[in-house]
Design a binder for this molecule. Sequence first.
Ligand code: ADE
Ligand code: ZN
Ligand code: ZN
Length: 254
Amino acid sequence: MKKILLASLLIFQAQVLFAWGQIGHRIIGDIAQSHLNKKAQVAVNSLLGHETLAMSSTWMDFVRADTSYDYTHPWHYTTIPEGKTYEEAGTVEEGDIIQTINRLINELKSGTLGTEQKVVALRFLVHLVGDIHQPLHVGGGEDKGGNDVRVTWFGDKSNLHKVWDSEIINSQQLSYTEYADAINHPTLSQMRAWQAASVLDWAYESKDLRSQVYTLPEDGRLSHNYTFNNIATVELRLLQAGVRLAGVLNDIFG
Ligand code: ADE
Ligand code: ZN
Ligand code: ZN
């Protein structure tokens, strides 16, 4: 009994920690792969071999099981309290998602990294460009990005963060390639506008979605209605993340 309790506690914790679930991250990687220019395709293939961007995207969550990667935990999110700017909030010494994305881009551009360091930096970057588009990865500083907001999802215990990481996406019952194909239809003007925005802009877009994300029924019971109200936003954020990741990689390698 104790073992079962411990096991379920560990599983629960692991789920709390995951960012966009595996499907969400892979959708973003798959979309990005389709928008790479020739040069970036060659460079990415030479680093990752047979590993697609979709498969690279979840590696940063996979290594959370290894305590030697504990220093990377603060890189998955940032905190911008309500009514404050990012600068006013003050940056953390360990690095947050905004600092880390900008650092990785600079390092990959600088030509100072060895091949294995480039592979790791690329996997981190693919993951984090995804995470920053999940609105709750730009937290308000009061509830661990919605992890402390208990809700039920079709009657099962969940939390608001997890609803946005995975519940809404998984409930569509599409594979990541099916989902990517369904939403990967940006217009040229969307592509241009999205790719022109800065990393800080992406974070503020997430922050600005907060009022929508936190519009919850009094009883916290989420199901069809919450999905109906938010799925277009989830899909927009996945598409923007994929298009922007391609833009960043085209800029680095192209
Ligand atoms: N821990 C604290 N804030 C968080 C956030 N916004 N996302 C994920 N984990 C967090
Ligand atoms: Zn993450
Ligand atoms: Zn998350």
